[in-house]
Ligand binder design. Sequence first.
Ligand code: GH3
Ligand code: MG
Ligand code: MG
Ligand code: MG
Length: 312
Amino acid sequence: MQQPDVSSAGGGNEAQDETVILIVDDVPTNIQILADILKQDYRVLFATSGEQALTIAATREPDLILLDVMMPGIDGFTVCKRLKQDPLLRDTPVIFVTAMGEVEDETRGFEVGAVDYLTKPVSLPIVRARVRNHIELKHQRDLLRRIALVDGLTGIANRRQFDEALDREWRRTQRQGAPLSLIMADIDYFKGYNDHYGHSEGDTALRAVAQALKAQMLRPTDLAARYGGEEFVCILPETPLAGAEEVAERIRHAVEAQTIPHATSPDAPHLTLSLGVATALEPTSASRESLLTLADRALYKAKKAGRNRVCS
Ligand code: GH3
Ligand code: MG
Ligand code: MG
Ligand code: MG
């Protein structure tokens, strides 16, 4: 069987800003025709079956999928339905490109979640124009989502992203019984820092502390977020208390090691951080807010005990 002359699946990482399109068709010549008009502007991947399409979509998270309907094995409608059930792929726009031109077919295509429906034989300039439009909309959605979930000052996760992640991880703990840890952190004497150095220097210090926290998030599921003002919070899934205390101590040390001068701090010549750690061990009837309260109490304890330390 002749293989289309485009980049194949698997391996290699796309550059962050590269737009990736997945073309799915059981007939390689059909892929070739579409790839020829798209490969100047996009990175093109292909799949020749529904099964392969689902695997490639999951590993490469393309920006858009051009999807044939009639294929041996899983058909295009089913592929689209499965994509829409996957939280990571739900927002990937799917355009059907198919010989099935009846109104009922097209209706079905939209019902299973496609953004567009093109019938073969396709006009290539129209394919290119529609792809361009849907890619632009996808990029705008991605941008809005980033703005909605990232803290504007520090560039780390914001409160909204934290709330979503905690909700997800809390439900996972309830289901699987793995320990879930939280670290609450608060900069010591930060009001005095602002008063002495000015708000703009204060903002710079907040960015430095945020980076120190983020650098200690070693697992892909760990998350450091700005909780508000000069308070930060970390979610550490599947981490027992001892492990979380270790992470907190590493963060505390990293901030201290930045040696950001703090002339008016009563305790230390440098900016420091106090941290509170709490762990949910197993499914409980308590709410996820109670875990936050526990971490907050531990933080209060660290402040009372002299600051620049970790308490649980
Ligand atoms: P403690 O050691 O007990 O935590 O003392 P503190 O002075 O850090 O605590 P407090 O909560 O009284 O003060 C927090 C200060 O953080 C208030 C405000 O000046 C500062 N702050 C909060 N958000 C921002 C921000 O976005 N930028 C800057 N520059 N400062 C902020
Ligand atoms: Mg086909
Ligand atoms: Mg505070
Ligand atoms: Mg503070």
